[in-house]
Design a protein around this ligand. Structure first.
Ligand code: NAD
Ligand code: ZN
Ligand code: ZN
Length: 389
């Protein structure tokens, strides 16, 4: 079968890989019909995620048709259309029983060391051996462990082009908003105007936010200004002398700052994955400027949530401002998809949200290696893509 594989730093390739087989009684083999590339995949491309091996099949956001089921799968049949969650949960453990599937104890390696240094969460599709080494869905087929839990049937009125984003983006951005506690009347500032930030902006407005201000740089903000005219923006790359994101936010929000700040950027701008070994050696790394910007910008007693991915220790963290001004800083964690995907599906059916707003291109699986490089450089205005398989 055709699949997109990581072949070394800055190199992905379309390869011919063996079709996966049922290995466990709760496995499902999925024939993929749609997938996408995520901002998180670029950390893999750049080799900043540890424990990648040449030939690893990537892709953690995908939907498809059930091709084969293991002997213990009772709720799904061959031919059924489904979407997969990006995390692999068992459905039975302490966390899964509370729908906190991203913390599944069966699929993660939940040691004290991991909690202190890496904080591994549940297994993930196509996201290195750091998250379990499960093959991903940028391929013609994939194996879905605990398929009875990690696949959600898609009704006929929800096409793949919309249902696909229940895998990750919708649950992640909804969780960011709910978990950080956006409520009616709040002014919300969002760092990072990628798909996660865009949907977090939409969800903030749905939750009653009075204003949303997005912080990013020009190429991303042009898209936002076109697609979301009611959202205000700050271009961090075009600040004048003596200006900062914090000074701009204060100026725009009665000199107090936003009620809620949400970090949807992070990635390689944070001292994270790339510094894994430094972290293991107990060396501290520097704080992301975004986290300190959030702390200093948010109004006293306001809330900040971190959804962009970080790993490890930091110094130069503005704990003084955090403590004195009563800032509540929340690690949103990997989003527990299973907690939200049914209600998000209903929101799509009711046309309360339109995930296609963030999709700029439709591409074919066989072109995916080239698409990765275009996506990396945002050539042709490429944002979120739908990969037809
Ligand atoms: P993306 O790469 O498409 O967008 C990130 C945006 O952040 C870019 O537009 C970039 O210009 C912007 N940015 C970079 N530095 C910035 C700064 N200093 N200030 C403001 N903006 C800045 O990524 P995405 O797919 O939207 O994902 C966003 C983040 O969320 C990534 O870190 C991703 O790994 C993470 N993520 C987390 C979860 C979760 O469950 N917690 C799930 C999916 C993705
Ligand atoms: Zn993703
Ligand atoms: Zn579990």
């Amino acid at each position: 079968m055709k699949a997109l594989a990581w072949m070394g730093k800055n190199k992905v390739e379309m390869v011919d890989a063996p079709k996966p087989k049922i290995m466990e009684p709760r496995d499902v083999i999925l024939k993929i019909t749609g997938s996408t590339v995520c901002g998180s995949d670029l950390h893999l491309l750049h080799g900043t995620v540890v424990e990648l091996q040449k030939g690893d099949i990537l892709g953690h956001e995908f939907c498809g048709v059930v091709d084969e089921v293991g002997s213990e799968i009772k709720n799904l049949k061959k031919g059924q259309r489904v979407v997969a969650s990006f995390q692999i949960a068992c459905g039975d453990c302490y966390y899964c029983k509370q729908k906190l599937s991203s913390q599944c104890e069966k699929t993660n390696s939940n040691t004290l060391e991991n909690a202190m240094y890496g904080g591994r969460t549940a297994g993930m599709f196509g996201y290195s051996h750091f998250t379990g080494g499960f093959a991903g869905g940028q391929a013609e087929y994939t194996r879905v462990p605990y398929g009875d839990v990690n696949l959600l049937p898609l009704p006929d009125d929800v096409p793949d082009e919309k249902g696909l984003y229940l895998s990750d983006v919708l649950a992640t951005s909804w969780h960011a908003v709910v978990d950080t506690g956006v409520k009616k009347g709040d002014v919300v500032a969002i760092w990072g105007a990628g798909p996660i930030g865009q949907m977090a902006a939409d969800f903030s407005l749905i939750n009653g936010a009075s204003r949303v201000i997005m912080i990013d740089q020009n190429w991303r903000l042009e898209y936002i200004q076109k697609k979301y005219p009611n959202i205000e923006t700050i271009d961090f790359s075009a600040l004048g002398k003596g200006e900062s994101v914090t000074s701009k936010l204060k100026e725009m929000c009665n000199n107090r700052g936003p009620d809620v700040s949400i970090e949807c950027a992070a990635g390689e701008y944070a001292k994270g994955w790339a510094h894994y070994f430094e972290i293991l050696l107990g060396l501290e790394t520097d704080t992301s400027e975004i986290v300190n910007e959030m702390i200093t910008s948010t109004r006293n007693m306001g809330r900040c949530g971190i959804t962009g991915v970080y790993v490890g220790f930091t110094n130069h963290f503005n704990i003084g401002s955090l403590m004195e001004r009563g800032i509540r800083l929340i690690g949103n964690g990997q989003a527990p998809v299973h907690m939200y995907w049914e209600s998000l599906l209903k929101m799509i059916q009711d046309e309360q949200i339109d995930p296609m707003k963030m999709v700029s291109h439709r591409v074919r699986l066989e072109d995916l290696d080239k698409v990765y490089y275009k996506f990396e450089n945002k050539e042709d205005g490429m944002q979120k893509v739908f990969v037809e398989t």
